[in-house]
Ligand binder design. Structure first.
Ligand code: NDP
Length: 405
C-alpha cells in the first residue's frame, strides 16, 4: 500500500495512471502531476477510481520539492520529458523520495544521449538510502530485462545482441510520431552508433538496413540500425558483449518525410530568428504534428519488440530470440492509448511495483538490467505484456539489404 506521484500527463503518463489505478493493492494513493493540470484531470476522469492531480513545473526544483514534501509519496514515476530527469532527481533527493524514469537525461540544447549525468547521482542516492531506477520503459526497459533474463537462464556468456523494434501500426496520418515528436525526431536523426569490439562505431543515420520477418504473422519489415540509449548501459553491464546493435522499423513514407524536413532545416535544435522571435525549428515542427496521445483510436496493427541474443552455453554457440507482440487496438480498448505508449507505460508501472514490493529496492542509481529480472518478467505476463522465447539456429543472421554488417 503506497502513495505514488506520476509526473507527466502525455501519452505515457496516461497509460501509467490507468495501470496504477488498476492495482490498488500496490498503488493505494495516486497523484498525477504535470505542467498542464487540465491534461491530468482529463486522464483522471477516465479512471476506474479517483486519483488526485496537481500542477507542477518539474524544471523548477524548489517548486517540485515543495510538492513532494507536502505529499510525501514513496516514489516518483517520471514520465515527463528527458529534459526533466535531473531536476526531478534533485527534488527527490531533497524530499527523500525514490525515483524511476523511462528515458535518459538529455540537455535541451544538445542532442546527446548518455547516462553519465544520471550515473553521477549514484553516491547521493546511496547515501540518502533511496533507490533510483533508470530506463524502465520498453526500450530501454523491457529490452534490458529481456537481455538480463536470457543471460541468466540460457547462457554462460552473451556475446552479441540485436534489439529489434518493429511497429507495424498505421495511424492513417501522412506523418506523425508515436511518442513526443521532439524527442522522437532528435533520436532518429542522430548519427548511428553501435557497440563493436569494445567501442562505439559511428555510421551515418539510417545507413544500414535489414529486412526482418516478425514471428506470429506480424509481417516482414524494413529495419534500420540506429543508436539507442540502452546500448550504453548494456555494453557496460554485460562486458562480454562483442557487438550490440539496435534496429527500428520505419516506413519509406516516414523516412521520406524525415529526409525532406531534415533537408529544409526543420529538425534543427538550433534557434533561428523569425520576425523578431527566437524559434527552435524542431519545437515548431512538433507543435504542428499530431499529439501522440490522440493517435490511440486511429492506430491499427501490432508492435513486435524483442532481443536476439547470441552467446555460449556449455561450450556451444546458442541463439535465442525473446519478444512481445502488442496490438494497438487492444491497448486502446484497455487504457485508451496506442501500443507505443502502452508498451512504455506498463514496464514503468511494473518497475514501480518492483521498488514498492522490495524486489528492486537498493539504495543507489540502477539501470533495470542490474536488478533481478525474474519478478519483472513474471509481472509482464500478468499485466498485459506477455513474452515468448524461441531458440533459433545459430547459423541465422539478419538479412542486411543496405550498408555494412
Ligand atoms: P508527451 O510529450 O506526450 O508527454 C510529456 C508530458 O510531460 C506532458 O504532459 C508534458 O506537459 C509534461 N511535461 C513536460 N515538461 C514538463 C515540466 N517541465 N514539468 C512538468 N511536466 C512537464 O511524451 P510521452 O508521454 O510520449 O513520453 C513521455 C516519456 O516517455 C519521455 O521521456 C519519452 O522519452 C519516454 N519514452 C520512453 C520510451 C521507452 O520505451 N523507454 C518510449 C516512448 C517514450 P504539457 O502537457 O504541459 O506539455
Amino acid at each position: 500500500m503506497s502513495k505514488v506521484m506520476i509526473i507527466g500527463a502525455g501519452g505515457v503518463g496516461g497509460v501509467v495512471a490507468h495501470k496504477c489505478a488498476q492495482l490498488p493493492e500496490v498503488f493505494s494513493d495516486i497523484i498525477l502531476a504535470s505542467r498542464t493540470e487540465s491534461k491530468c484531470k482529463k486522464i483522471a476522469a477516465q479512471l476506474s477510481r479517483p486519483i488526485r492531480t496537481a500542477q507542477v513545473d518539474a524544471d523548477n526544483v524548489p517548486e517540485l520539492t515543495a510538492l513532494l514534501q507536502a505529499e510525501q509519496p514513496e516514489l516518483v514515476i517520471n514520465v515527463a520529458l528527458p529534459y526533466q530527469d535531473l531536476s526531478i532527481m534533485d527534488a527527490c533527493l531533497a524530499a527523500g523520495v525514490n525515483y524511476l524514469d523511462t528515458a535518459n537525461y538529455e540537455p535541451r540544447d544538445t542532442a546527446k544521449f548518455e547516462y553519465s549525468w544520471q550515473w553521477a547521482y549514484q553516491d547521493r542516492f546511496a547515501d540518502a538510502g533511496l533507490t533510483a531506477i533508470l530506463g524502465s520503459g520498453f526500450d530501454p526497459g523491457a529490452t534490458n530485462i529481456f537481455t538480463a533474463y536470457l543471460a541468466r537462464h540460457y547462457f554462460d556468456e552473451i556475446t552479441e545482441l540485436d534489439i529489434i523494434d518493429v511497429n507495424g501500426g498505421d495511424h492513417g496520418y501522412p506523418f506523425a510520431t508515436n511518442f513526443n515528436p521532439e524527442i522522437n525526431i532528435r533520436e532518429v536523426s542522430a548519427e548511428c552508433r553501435h557497440w563493436e569490439n569494445g567501442e562505439f562505431v559511428t555510421t551515418p543515420p539510417m545507413s544500414t538496413q535489414a529486412r526482418f520477418e516478425c514471428p506470429e504473422g506480424v509481417g516482414s519489415y524494413d529495419i534500420y540500425r540506429m543508436y539507442h540509449e540502452e546500448l550504453e548501459s548494456l555494453s557496460t553491464h554485460f562486458p562480454g558483449l562483442k557487438r550490440a546493435q539496435f534496429w527500428m522499423s520505419f516506413s519509406e513514407n516516414y523516412l521520406t518525410h524525415l529526409e525532406v524536413l531534415n533537408n529544409v532545416g526543420m529538425t534543427s535544435i538550433e534557434p533561428v530568428e523569425y520576425e523578431g522571435h527566437k524559434v527552435v525549428p524542431i519545437q515548431f515542427l512538433a507543435s504542428l504534428l499530431p499529439d501522440p496521445s490522440t493517435l490511440g483510436p486511429r492506430t491499427k496493427g501490432k508492435t513486435c519488440i524483442g532481443c536476439m541474443v547470441r552467446g555460449i552455453k556449455d561450450g556451444k554457440e546458442r541463439l535465442m530470440y525473446i519478444y512481445n507482440i502488442s496490438d494497438h487496438q487492444a491497448c486502446y480498448r484497455e487504457v485508451q492509448s496506442q501500443a507505443i505508449s502502452y508498451t512504455t507505460g506498463v514496464p514503468a508501472v511494473i518497475g514501480a511495483k518492483m521498488i514498492l514490493e522490495g524486489y528492486w529496492r537498493e539504495p543507489g542509481v540502477w539501470n533495470v538490467e542490474q536488478r533481478d529480472p525474474d519478478p519483472f518478467m513474471a509481472d509482464m505476463n500478468e499485466l498485459g505484456l506477455p513474452w515468448t522465447v524461441v531458440e533459433l539456429d545459430p547459423g541465422f543472421r539478419l538479412d542486411i539489404v543496405k550498408g555494412q554488417d
